[in-house]
Design a protein around this ligand. Structure first.
Ligand code: SF4
Length: 348
């Protein structure tokens, strides 16, 4: 049982000393629109002076969330346009998203599905889940199924295990992936029962761990990741580039090193999607590219994430990694090394 309750209301945040009483009216307005949850592990991190800013920005609501810019939209990556049945997003021919729940253990203030996530969003009914699984079973072109949400690991181990077993029974599904925040925000919930649920398949199964700052990789979080890896479950990371949280080369370097040391392969660094009320977190693309370029000389290839943009509206993901190859005015190939120095590349 949790030592302290998860904080879900602005009044509780005032009582915990996380926000000022004078901010209450604005934050009640935020809470009326977007879910709040600060679980014990995150509450504890907020007492750590080094973590207070990057963790607080990610999870403590702010009046900035009441400001929506013209470009921001409720469905920033166009899920609805690619949803043939409830709980499925089918954007690419060979893979689908399966969203069994809209609940999370924590609600990130920049979430790209913030208009739908929350405890009220609930879990797919048995009928809807059956229909979603039938949809996957009926399309033999689907090679990979990605469970996301919400956070699929907040499902009960019984329900999660049933979904994994159902996917395992589909011959054409070769890869199962789950996206989660749980190992870092509620590491105590990575239990033997939950791991047993994930092991109800002989297919390739990957867990993508969402983490944005090195301070999230606490001893407890690393131990939770180790339980998964030691059970034979490979971990990859997903991070979001966020103003004030990880928008420096030092913060990104520390994050990627911490992930790798926790046996999580850095995978994607996402450009922040155009979700409503998130403009205070947004880093321009050219600044993001410069940060990623600066990581080149600092980290081994194993520690590099791919910088990704989900094109607003649902056109799909593209890599934003800056190219280090160009052509000069005379047609020669020029390559730029990690220090920024240009070299002519002439293999012939
Ligand atoms: S854990 Fe993921 S789905 Fe849940 S609020 Fe955070 S970003 Fe959104």
């Amino acid at each position: 049982m949790d030592a302290v309750p998860t904080l879900t209301a602005p009044r509780q945040l005032v009582a915990a000393g996380l926000i000022a009483e004078s901010d209450l009216p604005a934050l009640e307005a935020v809470a009326a629109r977007y879910a709040i949850a600060i679980p014990p592990a995150i509450r504890e991190l907020l007492d750590d002076s080094a973590a207070r800013v990057p963790i607080g920005l990610q999870f403590i609501p702010s009046a900035n969330e009441l400001k929506t810019t013209p470009a921001e939209r409720a469905d920033p990556i166009g899920d609805a346009a690619h949803s043939p049945v409830r709980g499925i997003v089918h954007r690419y021919p060979d893979r689908v998203l399966l969203l069994p729940t809209h609940a999370c253990a924590v609600y990130c203030r920049f979430c790209f599905r913030r208009e739908v996530v929350g405890p009220e969003g609930g879990t797919l009914s048995s009928t809807d889940l059956s229909a979603a699984l039938d949809y996957i079973a009926g399309d033999t072109g689907i090679y990979e199924v990605i469970l996301t949400g919400g956070d699929p690991l907040v499902l009960s181990p019984r329900r999660l295990g049933e979904i994994v077993a159902a996917l395992d029974a589909m011959n054409h599904v070769q890869v199962i992936r789950l996206h989660t925040r749980l190992p870092v925000v509620a590491p105590e919930r990575i239990t033997a029962d939950l791991i047993a649920a994930l092991k109800r398949t002989t297919k390739a199964l990957f867990v993508g761990v969402h983490s944005n700052h090195a301070s999230e990789l606490t001893e407890a979080a690393r131990a939770a990741c180790a339980r998964l890896v030691d059970a034979g479950i490979p971990l990859i990371s997903q991070s979001v580039l966020l103003r004030g949280v990880n928008d420096s080369v030092e913060a990104l370097e520390a994050l990627m090193r911490a992930l790798l040391a926790a046996r999580i392969k850095p995978y994607y660094l996402h450009q922040l999607d155009l979700a409503p009320g998130t403009s205070h977190f947004r880093v321009p693309l050219d600044e993001g590219q410069a940060l990623v370029a600066a990581l080149r000389g600092r980290l081994s290839g194993l520690a590099h994430p791919t910088y990704m943009l989900d094109i607003p509206g649902g056109a799909g993901k593209i890599a934003l990694t800056p190219s280090s190859v160009a052509t000069d005015a005379t047609g020669r190939t020029v390559v730029t090394d990690p220090t920024g120095t240009a070299h002519i590349y002439a293999p012939e």
